[in-house]
Write a protein that binds this ligand. Structure first.
Ligand code: C2O
Ligand code: CU
Length: 546
């Protein structure tokens, strides 16, 4: 593979959306940020310079970074933040994934505007497992607030609930026709009749899952999270924050204009959400002729109800690994380390007088009832330099108490989470199985759980309480999808398997930003087995200091 160099400068720039202008953080002044184009096997060196007044780190979502945890990016996990006026070189090793991934800021809520697509073409000399598309089209789904995002975050930490609701969803940074002052900027995709386009869809949304559809057209899902899947056609996609999809769109309809549209899949009952709809326009044209947009309004797709969990999960269940000689599947068939992790929104004692959680508490979120607290220096340096007192190695392998997770009543000691910087240590090359169990504490909800440093196989998922006798009988070891962000069904469970063959310190968290900020995170330390096959890069001398 080749080594490419890119320069990313973090800069605050005014942008106008929804009739309002505000300063936002950008890379190189662009919103959304630049698309990175690479082939599988390439390495990217991104020289990052912070020319803004906010601490920021960057993360390469879905890139496994074998042997290279130092530039994975999450703040206080693998590095200290890159401070204003300083720079840092990110090295991104794209040896495993193919398809669509993305990059985003990984400190506070800066990722709201600091994100972009990574398009990984097949390695040189090989090709797609489907006919070559005419064009690659990044479709980045995002959120927009009229307010400053840092203020929104402060409210979320203080109160939880209502203040974090965005004012618009966006497609390629644009809310689209249905919002005030947005018509002119609406993203337009020109297509030629009979041709096929590869949509590189990324959900950079902050706090909600989305349903996505294109009027009059079928969508063929061909990839997810940087791996190919068995292609299937569908009218509607459900995509959660953090997830990416390769979608083939055949322009096989009569000449005209068609809307693509996305709006919330809001799984929690009684929790407010942004119920607006973002749109872009697919416009048919003849080669070398850009037609003016006709005045007749485009055809609009039908979208499911906001709370259609059954449809969301039915779609998810159809996703299976491609499995071919070029794209083999390596799900571990035996398990060395088994974990059950409950996912809950719960409460913590109030720190001021205006908390809006139940009975004067503030909302928090937890995994196995531990609400994660970020340390003040990064765990990766603390681990490799044996600095004590930064983290505890006792993240539990199962919830502290067993109860009916999806019922309406709970043991009261589970309602309040415990704070801690607890990590789980895994042996090198051990086969790990994790069952995520959604709970109905405060509100049952769909949670997109993302693991850094790995892709994992989703061998099963279902509704209700995980039954450790019956449910494993349904596991798929033939063609389970290989993902980096698994949607755990509302009031349900999902089981993943992976081989812990990438030593380092790796964050795992819910990709709904409010949940992660409330503590729905934990960290895996994968030991270096001393195997000569796996070399962990030594700590670069230029790591930022806290
Ligand atoms: Cu998409 Cu921890 O990140
Ligand atoms: Cu969540």
């Amino acid at each position: 593979g080749k080594i490419y160099n890119r320069r990313f400068v973090l800069r605050e720039v005014p942008y106008t959306r929804l009739c309002n202008t505000k300063n936002i953080l950008t890379i190189n002044g662009q919103f959304p940020g630049p698309t990175l184009y690479v082939h599988r096997g390439d390495t990217l060196d991104v020289d990052f310079y912070n020319d803004a007044d906010h601490n920021v780190t960057l993360h390469w979502h879905g890139v496994e970074q074998p042997g290279n945890p130092w530039t994975d990016g999450p703040e206080y996990i693998t590095q200290c933040p890159v401070q204003p006026g300083t720079s840092f070189k990110y090295t991104i090793v794209l040896s495993i994934e193919v398809g669509t991934l993305w990059w985003h800021a990984h400190s506070d809520w800066t990722r709201a505007t600091v994100y972009g697509a990574i398009i990984v073409y097949p390695e040189l000399g090989s090709t797609y497992p489907f006919p070559k598309p005419l064009d690659n089209v990044p479709i980045l789904l995002g959120s927009w607030w009229k307010r400053d995002v840092m203020e929104v975050l402060q409210d979320t930490l203080k109160y939880g609930g209502a203040p974090n609701i965005s004012d618009a969803h966006t497609i390629n940074g644009q809310p689209g026709d249905l919002y005030p002052c947005s018509k002119k900027g609406t993203f337009r995709l020109l297509v030629e009749q009979g041709k096929t386009y590869l949509l590189r869809i990324v959900s950079a949304e902050m706090n909600v899952e989305l349903f996505f559809s294109i009027a009059g057209h079928q969508l063929t899902l061909a990839g997810r999270d940087g791996a190919y899947v068995k292609p299937f056609t569908t009218d509607i996609l459900m995509i959660a924050p953090g997830q990416t999809m390769d979608v083939l769109l055949k322009a096989d309809q009569p000449h005209g204009n068609y809307y693509m549209a996305a709006r919330a899949y809001a799984s929690a009952v009684g929790v407010e959400f942004d119920n607006t709809t973002t749109t872009a326009i697919i416009q048919y044209h003849k080669p070398n002729h850009v037609p003016p947009l006709s005045s007749s309004s485009p055809l609009f797709p039908s979208l499911p109800d906001y709370n259609d969990t059954q449809l969301a999960i039915n779609f998810t269940r159809r996703i299976k690994s491609l499995v071919s000689t070029d794209h083999p599947m390596h799900v571990p068939l035996t398990v060395d380390k088994r974990m059950l992790i409950t996912i809950s929104v719960n409460t913590l004692p109030c720190v001021n007088n205006s908390c809006e959680g139940p009975r004067g508490t503030r909302l928090s979120a937890s995994l196995n009832n531990i609400s994660f607290v970020k340390p003040s220096i990064d765990i990766l340096s603390a681990y490799y330099s044996s600095i004590n007192g930064v983290f505890d190695s006792n993240f539990p392998s199962k919830p502290p108490v067993k109860f009916n997770y999806t019922a309406d009543t709970f043991p009261t000691d589970f309602l309040t989470a415990k704070l801690g910087t607890k990590v789980k240590v895994l042996d090198f090359n051990s086969s790990v199985e994790i069952t995520f169990q959604g709970t109905n504490l405060l509100a049952g909800e769909h949670h997109p759980i993302h693991l850094h440093g790995y892709s994992f196989y989703v061998v099963g998922l279902g509704f209700g309480n995980f039954d450790k006798k019956k449910d494993p009988l349904t596991y798929n070891f033939v063609d389970p999808p290989k993902l980096n962000t698994v949607g755990v069904p509302k009031n349900g469970w999902a089981t993943i398997r992976f081989k812990a063959d990438n030593p380092g310190v790796w964050l795992m968290h819910c990709h709904l930003e409010r949940h992660s900020s409330w503590g729905m995170d934990t960290v895996f330390i994968v030991k270096n087995g001393g195997s000569p096959l796996v070399k962990v890069r030594p700590r670069p001398s230029y790591m930022p200091r806290c």
